[in-house]
Design a protein around this ligand. Structure first.
Ligand code: GLU
Length: 432
């Protein structure tokens, strides 16, 4: 029978509402894996687009009372098959439907790879949070929470922090939702302050998880971490904690960066003093005892471990050939393009792909949700032990598939995730 759908071009699956460079990257990574694993075509086409996407525009009152601005917000749920959907909320001036959709798709593969009972989601508001006062940020968060309230819930879709949001934003979010229903609903978001039902260890979980994996990878590669050097791009929640845990493992941190600058010191940077400097000055710029480098110089520094923990689209066909690391540990979502992947495979750089590398965050979010829904509290030790077990399990499965099927680590991780979702979809069948 002829298809009822407008056919879309497999090579160029854009041209839809979700189209953006980042969404195309997510789709192309998925299509590459789908082809290798010979994924059922019907399932492939279902997974190529988000199941639900909500775009809202709403007013935000500035501190200057008469000034009201219209802002855009999004919440995208990629797969509703696996359980509630899960994923962070990003506040950034470049957020758009395509970016949020790409991030939602990656959340699906990430949750499936970690064997968490969630599908992927993501949200975002297109504003620069650094330009807003605390009061403005609170009003914006409350109104955004209201705007998406119909499609979220502890059993439906559970937001969390992402770039530009933090535990205070989650607290306002949780309060807004709770005010609507008339009682406290801690399980509506994860990444909350601990007194509101947040989990111990959640804040640092992404960085901690990444370093657990780096230890596994180093073991696999025969690298001695105490004789290794690392460069960490990004000094936000993920990057700063990754640097801290690397230093705890006696790795020498020779480069770090944030939006303000890059810093290089071949003799090693003191992570605690960097953290103290940022607490005092807000950014890394001006930190004494290190040479300033540009973002591109930072990425090209010779090191054993390079950990991109900032934005997407950092390692591209342009600079991948000049990278000089043995291990690429992706703390960010989507830092490496498809062309760069190919170059790095040829250079034999060992990759911890984003959906594995940064999955520590959502894993402890899962623990937080479990504790909230069952009124339990786990100790930090219990959380870290469980996190370690889940991270190492996913690393082992990915490495095994990569070795057995002769695949790069990204494709192996994607296939691990996709096959779980595909299996669930087949078992649930079609309605009607
Ligand atoms: N935003 C984080 C991520 O990209 C965490 C999501 C969550 O905890 O739900 O994985």
């Amino acid at each position: 029978m002829p298809s009822i759908f407008q056919p879309f071009d497999q090579e160029l699956p854009g041209k839809t509402e979700w189209d953006s460079p980042m969404f195309r990257l997510a789709q192309q990574q998925f299509l590459k894996a789908a082809q290798i694993m010979e994924l059922d075509e019907n399932i492939r086409d279902r997974l190529l687009f988000p199941q639900r996407s909500l775009t809202v525009s709403f007013p935000c009152r500035r501190d200057e009372y008469s000034q009201v601005e219209t802002v855009f917000g999004y919440r995208v749920q990629h797969v509703l098959t696996m359980g509630p959907t899960k994923g962070g909320i990003r506040y950034h001036q470049d957020v758009n439907l395509g970016e949020v959709s790409a991030l939602a798709m990656w959340m699906t593969w990430k949750c499936a790879l970690m064997e968490l009972p969630f599908g992927g989601a993501k949200g975002g508001v297109r504003i620069d949070p650094t330009k807003l006062s605390r009061a403005e940020l609170q009003r914006l968060t409350r109104r955004y929470a209201m705007e998406i309230t119909d499609i979220i819930g502890p059993d439906r879709d559970i937001p969390a922090p992402d770039m530009g949001t933090n535990e205070q934003v989650m607290a306002w979010f949780m309060d807004t939702y709770s005010q609507q229903v008339g009682y406290a609903v801690p399980a509506i978001v994860t990444g909350k302050p601990v007194v509101l039902g947040g989990s111990l260890g959640r804040t640092e979980a992404t960085g901690r998880g990444l370093v657990y994996l780096i230890c596994e990878a180093a073991n696999h590669l025969g690298m001695d971490l105490t004789k290794s050097t690392a460069v960490v791009q990004g000094f936000g929640n993920v990057g700063s904690n990754a640097a801290r845990f690397l230093a705890e493992n006696r790795v020498k941190i020779i480069g770090v960066s944030d939006v303000s600058t890059g810093l290089h010191n071949a003799n090693g940077l003191e992570v605690n003093s960097l953290l103290e400097y940022v607490r005092e000055h807000g950014v890394l710029k001006g930190y004494p005892g290190a040479e300033e480098v540009s973002n591109s110089e930072l990425l090209e520094l010779k090191c054993d471990i390079l950990a991109p923990c900032a934005l997407q689209n950092q390692i591209t066909a342009k600079n991948a050939g000049r990278l000089d690391c043995r291990l690429l540990a992706e703390g960010a979502n989507g830092p490496t393009t498809l062309e760069a992947d190919q170059i790095l495979i040829e250079k034999d750089v060992f990759l911890l792909p984003d959906i594995l590398g940064n999955a520590g965050g959502v894993t402890v979010s899962y623990f937080e949700w479990v504790q909230d829904t069952q009124n339990l509290t786990w100790t930090l030790e219990e959380i870290n032990n469980r996190l370690h077990k889940i991270m190492v399990g996913a690393f082992d499965r990915t490495l095994l598939r990569s070795q057995r099927d002769k695949l790069d680590m990204r494709t192996a991780a994607l296939i691990e995730g996709i096959q779980r979702v595909a299996k669930a979809k087949l078992l649930r069948g079609l309605f009607p």
